[in-house]
Every structure is written in C-alpha cells, then in structure tokens.
Design a protein around this ligand. Structure first.
Ligand SMILES: C=C(N)C(=O)O
Length: 128
C-alpha cells in the first residue's frame, strides 16, 4: 500500500484524529479545511467571505506542500452553515478555481467544527 501523510505548518494542524491530507498512489485527499489561520490557530475574523478565503488558502497550502496546485484538483466539497452564503462563497471560490473547474458539491450543514461558516475539502490528482 502506498500511502503518505501530508503535513505542513502553512495550514492549520488537524483538530482531531485526521491528517491534513493523505496521498495515496496518484490521488491526494485533502481533509475539510476550516477557516483557521495557521499562524494563530484561531478562526479568522469576518464573515463567510473571509472564512472562504482562509479555508481556500489552507487548501492551497496543502496542495503546495504536496507538490501541486489548484489545477490538479478534480473534486471539492463545500460545506456551508448557511446556503445564503452561496453567492459570496462562489465569488471567492472562483478567484481560486478560475477555469476547468473541479467537480463540486455544495451543501448546507447544521453545524461545523469550531462553529465556522465554511469548510472545504478536495481531491486532487498527483503527477508522479
Ligand atoms: C475539520 C475536519 N476536517 C474534521 O474535523 O474532520
């Protein structure tokens, strides 16, 4: 079995029994990224826009630590506390994923860890 744990200080440490990401063969599974600033360990100030920016920044940091970038992402899941934030989060998201968008699901959930508004997970293809 070829499985590698990915860890970077440029993204928040896991807050539970999971890895930031796992590379398995040519796939990279990135855990749901909370809008936590890796420098402070705190949820960023602001609303859904600021939280989406931070969650996606954390996702990108993990992609970078894995030797890749957003172009390799094939699937994401966006978890929102409130689907009323759909448009603003889409705007932030489209600033990161600019073309050949990954497949995606976006769902409203009752509650997220640390009571955040946004969480984003992703699967990417690794070229190796
Ligand atoms: C924040 C998470 N990804 C978790 O608790 O699984």
């Amino acid at each position: 079995m070829h499985k590698k744990v990915i860890h970077t200080h440029d993204a928040p440490a896991a807050i539970g029994p999971y890895s930031q990401a796992i590379a398995a063969h040519n796939l990279l599974f990135i855990s749901g990224q909370l809008p936590v600033d890796p420098g402070t360990g705190e949820v960023v100030a602001g609303g859904a826009k600021e939280q989406a920016l931070q969650s996606l920044a954390n996702l990108q940091a993990i992609l970078k630590a894995s030797g890749t970038d957003v172009h390799a992402v094939v699937k994401t899941t966006v978890f929102l506390k409130d689907l009323a934030d759909f448009q603003i989060v889409n705007e932030v998201y489209a600033g990161v994923f600019t073309k050949d968008y990954p497949a995606r699901a976006c769902v409203q959930v009752a509650k997220l860890p640390k009571d955040v508004l946004v969480e984003v997970e992703a699967i990417a293809i690794l070229e190796n």
